[in-house]
Design a protein around this ligand. Structure first.
Ligand code: LLP
Length: 426
């Protein structure tokens, strides 16, 4: 196998050193010996680099990067970003709990999501978060009632659905009018007028989020132009908008994608935002944590059938569901560099779960691994552990945060007892 194979890895914080794949300065072989497999590994430097790139790209305007914690809600990941100055974008009471527990200042928390319950609204109002991104007129009315019951006013932005095609996977496209998300552009003015009249609400902003894993900037440019036009109309009606939330969605490189850089992303958005003189809120998830993480797994068996070659590993779709769910590509590389010189074969990399959808790669040309080898499934930091389940009664993996040549177990591997805790035999 030529070295091109290795150089295609999309993540700069996973270099080969002395023949071993490392996360920053920690050899993954050593890590696997210490914590077992499967294991999620995250690079602290990678998190901070992406956060810093956002901060820098928007430095000319007042801004707040609210890390979308759904992408990876480990407390250590949130806390690392919070200590660097990030806020949090949350979508549930559980995420509110995590954000506060990780030390995010409530004044840096924004609450998004299409179906907030009254209990969740109450908790967030009690915590005095920065604002709610409201997604329907029904939700506006409910929030107004809850806030008035509590003798307070809820700061709100309306998530507007700008009806643009984000040109991404249909499961993660949110900005078309056929999506359940946001208030339709055509209804936005009326909704704002109602919001402005409700005594329990204080209208402060406008919000959009058109989709995830965006690799083109033009849909973002179109969407922000539509939101900016709306804000101008609102100002004519004396509805003052001081924040615009441009959502998340910036794509990353999993394979051969060429997503815009943080700077290019900012260049598309900033002209419209600067003109309005607003504070810019951002809700990035994947682009902060995706390429910071890898899923480390060990090869159990190498199996040849009449039809195919299978590499059976100890991680499974319950640990990382993205390939099964979205048919998404994750680079898979050998931890021992010399293995890259093994003969190339075309194989399916699969887990032990009783489902044909339990795969990490299909018909992938890769250097033939031996049983017992370690493989790293790259770009697994976002929507990896958070979407893990216990299917087949498999404990969820350990999570490890690497900082230079040190590492910390930031979530222990689940035990069988963890899995039955809370159940009875009736
Ligand atoms: N803001 C809102 C309102 C969102 O719905 C999302 C993601 C984000 C921000 C963060 O988007 P990001 O920067 O991560 O693209 N599980 C899928 C991705 C689902 C995205 C859901 N919403 C995947 O594994 O590709």
């Amino acid at each position: 196998m030529s070295n091109d194979f290795l150089h295609m890895t999309p993540t700069t914080h996973y270099p080969y050193r002395h023949g071993q794949l490392c996360c920053e300065g920690v050899p993954l072989t050593k890590l696997a010996d210490a914590v077992g497999t499967p294991a999620y590994v995250y690079s602290r430097a990678a998190l901070l680099e992406s956060y810093g790139a956002y901060d820098h790209a928007f430095k000319d305007v007042p801004h707040l990067v609210c890390y979308s914690i759904k992408a990876n809600s480990n407390l250590a990941v949130i806390a690392t970003l919070a200590r660097a100055g990030a806020g949090a974008d949350i979508v549930s009471g559980g995420e509110l709990h995590r954000a506060l527990r990780a030390g995010v200042s409530p004044k840096r928390i924004i609450f998004s999501g299409v179906g907030k319950t009254r209990d969740e609204m109450r908790d967030a109002l009690k915590a005095e978060i920065l604002l709610f991104n409201v997604e329907s007129v029904g939700e506006l009315r409910a929030l107004d009632e809850v806030a008035r019951e509590m003798g307070t006013r809820a700061p709100v932005a309306l998530r507007v659905n700008p009806d643009v095609d984000p040109q991404t996977h249909r499961y993660i496209a949110t900005g078309l009018k056929s999506a359940k998300f946001g208030i339709p552009y055509t209804q936005a003015l009326t909704a704002y007028e109602e919001a402005a009249r409700l005594p329990g609400l204080q209208v402060v902003g406008a919000d959009m989020h058109i989709g995830s894993q965006l690799t083109k900037t033009s849909p973002l440019g179109d969407a922000v132009a539509r939101v900016a036009a709306l804000v101008k109309q609102l100002r004519e009606r004396r509805i003052e908008i001081t924040t615009i939330d441009v959502g998340g969605g910036l794509g990353i490189r999993y394979h051969d994608e060429t997503p815009p850089s943080h700077a290019e992303y900012a260049t598309v958005l900033l002209p419209a935002l600067k003109e309005l003189g607003v504070t810019v809120l951002l809700e990035p998830g994947r682009s902060i944590v995706g390429n910071a993480g890898a899923l480390l797994t060990r090869v159990l068996y190498h199996k040849q059938t009449d039809a195919k070659t299978f590499v059976v590993v100890d991680a499974a779709m319950n640990d990382l569901v993205r390939p099964a769910f979205y048919d998404s590509y994750h680079a898979i590389v050998p931890v021992t560099e010399a293995r890259a010189n093994a003969p190339v074969e075309t194989a399916d990399v699969v887990g032990p779960i009783c489902e044909s959808g339990d795969f990490f790669a299909k018909d992938r040309a890769m250097p033939r691994p031996e049983e017992g080898d370690l493989l790293a499934i790259l770009s697994a930091g976002a929507y990896g552990f958070v979407m893990a389940s216990n299917y087949n009664t498999r404990p969820r993996p350990v999570e490890v945060l690497v900082d230079g040549d040190r590492y910390t177990i930031v979530r222990r591997r689940e035990t069988f007892e963890d899995l039955v805790a809370g159940e009875t035999t009736a």
